[in-house]
Design a protein around this ligand. Structure first.
Ligand code: ADP
Ligand code: MG
Length: 589
């Protein structure tokens, strides 16, 4: 019979190391968290070989006294958690596991000097072997060097990816902490390249610096609360989206987290304004009372449990949806070929300021060269551009007044402040129709327009059955369908707001859409996708000539419609070139 025995401290540490330092990025994260917990105002990280060969983290925090160094590298030794405190955790670390785990799996050299101490002290832990504490050279603060990660745990070393990949993950870990702590200066160097070097700054500047200039230009400020929970930060307009979620920074009480409640809420908020499978760029900060949250879920501490997940979800979805629902006037991405400077974003100080919004002056622009232009410029009606005979006076609307239709596809408008506005008429109208359908459906049912002559549409047998099986639900969407022998469907009515679309391609598309879902929940689950398909069929096509009144009506509707800056597939519907941008393009600035 096998006897039970107690595991050695070294083995326990190596087991814990497997959870705490799963890869170089995790070790880097733990060390930077320690620096932040120590109140550092500057943190410098240098990674070699993606962090697997060497990690160095230097901070100017309060340091560790020589007497405490030996304890710091022992398991379950921490200065951060008193008894009874597990319900209100205010520091990033609290488990006293990181340093012993790193020391068990790698070679850890820790040098520290508390402010006011006459000299620094150092300790080494290599594969669990702890050295004596010795005096050492070093300035105030702490310097942790981790070399040969996993040399003592070869099983784990085999799972290391290419140094470039490990380096990317590690850099990402530092970036996430730098976004969480903008008041601390951060420098991060990866294999000889300076990934970023940022001074202490406000949150808006930090977000702009780390999320990239192009994304930063479309960020919408968020600031809302619900009870004791506050959500703030920035979320991108729907025109900015990425292939992965790597550009999402979620910070809860100062701690970067990956949390399914938050990521699901994000997905729901952006579901129908960006293309499926794409991810928004966000930097969101949630603050809530420490006891409404449990961060002690996993040794890596990046998972958490909310006491009221439904409330948090509602806050995130509500705040983002409201920010995203601004009419198109508020979310037009500026054309900025020169790269441009990053706008100052500060939701706390200017909750209504939107980086993409150009305020329209109340004084109409002077049509200074109107007569001259008339006489001199060869801007005549041609195949490509049709100038409107009598452009409406430039009025005080964010999207301005239509002045021409280009290629029978794009509306060219001029806003009162002189901005040029270019609208993709099909994409824009598709979004308007989609929103109209959605609003009618939410209000009880999509209005039907009976056809003068019911249409017979021939379809593959399975498609016809699929549509007829959902006939009842489709009535709620404004379609009246009946069986008409094998492989045919009789269409008696279509949604009124679609105009008079050709029913055959519309039904084929709907059948495809239904085929993608499973039987029972088919329509409900894909309702919005179905509405989007309908909208596409009911929208004015590219290539259709529009009257001026139609164009202006479209612009006004766009301003009044939620999510109108992108079409139902997430592409932009409108581009805007401001006077300043035009002047820059012409080298006048
Ligand atoms: P935890 O952070 O959970 O307390 P660690 O193993 O990461 O556990 O660190 C152990 C202790 O060592 C900390 O509680 C802290 O007192 C001290 N320490 C670690 N790193 C630093 C640092 N950079 N500056 C000051 N003290 C530190
Ligand atoms: Mg720690």
């Amino acid at each position: 019979m096998l006897r039970i025995r107690r595991l050695s401290e070294g083995l326990v540490n190596r087991i814990a190391a497997g959870e705490v330092v799963e890869r170089p990025a995790a070790a880097v994260k733990e060390l930077v968290e320690n620096a932040l917990d120590a109140g550092a105002t500057r943190i410098a990280v240098v990674l070699t070989g993606g962090g697997a060969a060497r990690i160095e983290v230097v901070d100017d925090g309060h340091g560790i006294s020589g007497d405490d160094l030996a304890l710091a590298v022992q398991r379950h030794c921490t200065s951060k958690l008193g008894d009874e405190m597990l319900v209100r955790i205010a520091t990033l670390g609290f488990r006293g596991e990181a340093l012993p785990s790193i020391g068990a799996a790698a070679r850890l050299h820790l040098t520290s000097r508390p402010h006011g101490a006459s000299h620094a002290c150092a300790i080494r832990v290599e594969g669990g072997q702890v050295s004596a504490v010795e005096p050492a050279p070093g300035g105030p603060g702490t310097r942790a060097v981790v070399a040969d990660l996993f040399f003592a745990t070869p099983a784990r070393r085999k799972f290391l990816k290419h140094p470039r990949t490990e380096g990317e993950h590690a850099e990402q870990a530092v970036r996430r902490l730098a976004l969480a702590a903008p008041g601390t200066a951060f420098r991060c160097e990866v294999d000889g390249r300076v990934a970023f070097d940022l001074p202490a700054q406000d949150r808006a500047a930090r977000v702009a610096a780390l999320l990239g200039g192009e994304a930063a230009a479309t960020l919408l400020p968020i600031l809302e609360s619900r009870g004791a929970v506050q959500l703030s930060g920035f979320a991108c307009a729907p025109t900015t989206h990425r292939a992965t979620a790597a550009h999402q920074s979620l910070v809860v009480n100062g701690r970067p987290v990956r949390d399914p409640v938050l990521t699901t809420a994000l997905r729901v908020a952006y579901r129908d304004v960006i293309p499926a499978g794409r991810h928004p760029v966000v930097a969101l900060y949630l603050e809530l009372p420490a006891d409404a949250l449990d961060v002690n879920v996993h040794p890596a501490k990046s998972e958490l449990r909310f006491q009221d997940p439904a409330g948090v979800r509602a806050l995130v979805i509500g705040a983002l949806s409201r920010a995203l629902a601004g009419g198109a006037g508020g979310q037009v991405p500026a054309l900025d070929p020169a790269g441009g400077q990053v706008p100052a974003l500060d939701p706390a100080r200017a909750p209504m300021a939107r980086p993409g919004l150009r305020l329209v002056s109340s004084r109409p622009a002077q049509p200074r060269y109107a007569g001259f232009a008339e006489a001199q410029l060869p801007f005549t009606a041609g195949p490509a551009a049709r100038r409107l005979p009598d452009p409406a006076p430039t009025v005080q609307h964010p999207l301005g007044a239509a002045v021409a239709q280009v290629l029978d596809t794009y509306i060219l408008a001029v806003a009162a402040d002189g901005s040029l506005v270019l609208v993709d008429q099909h994409a824009a109208h598709e979004r308007l129709t989609h929103e109209a359908l959605r609003a009618q459906h939410a209000a009880g049912g999509v209005r039907m327009q009976p056809l003068l002559l019911p249409a017979v549409v021939d379809l593959p047998h399975a498609d016809a059955l699929r549509l007829l099986a959902q006939a009842e639900a489709l009535r709620g969407l404004g379609l009246d369908l009946e069986a008409f022998g094998p492989g045919a469907v009789l269409v008696r009515a279509l949604p009124a707001c679609l105009g008079a679309p050709d029913p055959a391609p519309l039904l084929r598309d709907l059948a495809d859409e239904l085929a993608e879902a499973d039987e029972a929940t088919a329509l409900q689950a894909r309702l919005d996708a179905v509405l989007a398909r309908l909208a596409c069929h009911g929208s004015i096509r590219a290539g259709r000539r529009l009257a001026q009144a139609e164009m202006d009506a479209l612009l006004r509707q766009m301003e009044a419609t939620p999510r109108a800056a992108t079409c139902s597939h997430g592409r932009p519907t409108v581009l805007k070139l401001t006077r300043a941008e035009i002047e820059r393009l012409f080298g006048r600035r």
